[in-house]
Design a protein around this ligand. Structure first.
Ligand SMILES: Cc1cc2nc3c(=O)[nH]c(=O)nc-3n(C[C@H](O)[C@H](O)[C@H](O)COP(=O)(O)OP(=O)(O)OC[C@H]3O[C@@H](n4cnc5c(N)ncnc54)[C@H](O)[C@@H]3O)c2cc1C
Length: 470
């Protein structure tokens, strides 16, 4: 069966890969001239790469790891020591670590928390540990019920001191969804904690060994093409055309970069677009269906990714760092963490700037200047005195609408991959799957979408029962 897919982010690529495995022929239409969507990256005139986002892979990413194994590229994941490393607010230039020993879960997580005495006091650790008991005992049902609370509200309900937020969870909420604990749904934080506490290697982190379009996306494209599928860049979906029954009659594609517009017909159609552009393309006739109308409640969150190239090494740490700074979220010295970006003498810091709502519209030089002020606290030894580190160049990448903002109440708005339209399906990190808005979520959504397409094969050409009532 020929399946038209709009979007070559990880969700669209994964959907195509698993459709090939099920014996179908996917054809991907991507709007931009680069693969990967939110993992897209570009090379500057010096040959240096800059990325949409600093990306971390976790041990808990089972579907992503299986995909790497199926593509025979597991060696491209550079696993780091099993630790979480935070900058210390009160002691500039120093770090506090949670080190996970090599023992079964949840004991390794408990040992990591108990072993850290810089950030949490014993009464705070005990209050927090007791608060987590329902999540550990009742699992995902409890985690889903908590979607009515923000993380700050959840902490208050469990009499956990606000200081725990200041010490740990501002950094974690910003890392998970680029927003603060007052805004983020407690379901998101509890989902991450549950994965980290229930799987021995769940919180272990890896970096890709190079730029994601070439090192991760291209192997998927090769896999798809070798099996008869197609991937077209600069081929944006412009319109979802309907037949008389309200099912999809075709995708109208393109008309950019000197190419003629195309009318594409297939036996099934997949949107692997982010939720914001998808909402703009929904046909009028579908908008009143609850499945589509609830998408109005999902909206991308702004985030900024900054690259700073220095004239010297600022740190030897080969890991992700939680900055615990007001403006920044996580960062890493990519000259240490990533083989393709390696430089033994000079640092390239990649930093996530969040929350970014007040900064996304500001000029790049102001954003870089504000980041440099934060770096003076993180690396005081390099930015005081006579011989200070010099910034060689910088690149700022802004994403005004990135992953959907996971405020309380969003879980019920996330759509299944099978829509009420028999020949139309959704993939994307915002669609319902047990992982969050993440690379793992995107890959899993693509896999679930491919399975839904395969299941619906027999009924795919029938009239749209769901639309009969519209
Ligand atoms: C700064 C940042 C840091 C992140 N860090 C992490 C991390 O550390 N770990 C992690 O797991 N996740 C992280 N993420 C999240 C992760 O990148 C996303 O969850 C994931 O890549 C989303 O994949 P997707 O395929 O669902 O959507 P996207 O990647 O957005 O793909 C959608 C594709 O659709 C295309 N498109 C849009 N409109 C059209 C159209 N009309 N026609 C055709 N194509 C169209 C887009 O160009 C894009 O290629 C981060 C994201 C950002 C922005």
């Amino acid at each position: 069966m020929r399946v038209a897919i709009a979007g070559a982010g990880l969700a669209g690529l994964s959907c195509a890969k698993y459709l090939c495995d099920a014996g179908h022929t996917p054809v991907i239409y991507e709007a931009r001239d680069v693969l990967g969507g939110k993992v897209a990256a570009w090379q500057d005139a010096d040959g240096d790469w800059y990325e949409t986002g600093l990306h971390i892979f976790f041990g808990a990413y089972r579907n992503m790891r299986q995909l790497f194994a199926e593509l025979a590229i597991e060696d491209r994941l550079q696993w780091k020591s099993h630790s979480m490393i935070f900058n210390q607010k009160e002691k500039p230039g120093t770090y506090s670590r949670f080190d996970f020993p090599d023992i079964p879960a949840p004991f390794n997580g408990v040992a990591a928390i108990l072993g850290n005495n810089d950030m949490l006091t014993w009464p705070e650790k005990i209050a927090f540990g007791l608060g987590l008991v329902p999540a550990m005992l009742r699992g995902q049902d409890y985690v889903e019920e908590c979607d009515k609370y923000s993380w700050t509200e959840w902490l208050r309900l469990h009499n956990i001191p606000e200081r725990v937020n200041d010490e740990v969870f501002i950094a974690m909420a910003k890392a998970l969804n680029f927003i603060d604990p007052d805004e983020i749904s407690s379901t998101v934080v509890l989902t991450a904690l549950n994965r980290f506490l229930q799987e021995a290697d769940g919180s272990r982190m890896a970096f890709l060994d190079g730029n994601p379009p070439q090192r991760l996306c291209e192997p998927i494209v090769e896999y798809v093409r070798e099996r008869g599928g197609e991937v077209h860049l600069q081929a944006p979906l412009r319109e979802i055309r309907l037949d008389g029954s309200g099912a999809v009659a075709g995708f109208r594609i393109g008309g950019i970069a000197g190419k003629e517009p195309l009318e594409v017909e297939a036996e099934a159609y997949v949107s692997a677009l982010p939720v914001d552009p998808l909402k703009l393309l929904l046909p009028e006739a579908w908008k009143s269906l609850p499945y589509f109308s609830k998408l109005e409640g999902l909206k991308g969150v702004p985030v900024i990714n900054i690259h700073l190239w220095f004239d010297r090494k600022l740190t030897a740490i080969d890991h992700l760092l939680f900055s615990r700074s007001d403006l920044l979220s996580v960062y890493a010295d990519m000259s240490n963490t990533c083989r393709e970006y390696a430089d033994p003498d000079r640092s390239m810091l990649e930093l996530v700037f969040a929350p970014a709502k007040d900064w996304i519209g500001r000029p790049d030089d102001e954003i870089v200047a504000a980041t440099m002020e934060e770096l003076k606290r993180l690396f005081p030894m390099h930015f005081t005195g006579e011989d200070q580190a010099r910034l060689r160049k910088s690149v700022v990448v802004k994403t005004p609408l990135s992953v959907y903002k996971t405020v309380p109440g969003c879980q019920q708005l996330r759509p299944e991959q099978q829509s009420p339209i028999p020949n139309f399906f959704l993939a994307g990190d915002f669609t319902m799957q047990r992982y969050l808005a993440s690379m793992e979520g995107a890959v899993l959504s693509g896999k679930l979408c491919a399975a839904a397409v395969d299941r619906a094969r027999s009924g795919a050409t029938g009239p749209s029962a769901a639309l009969a009532a519209v």
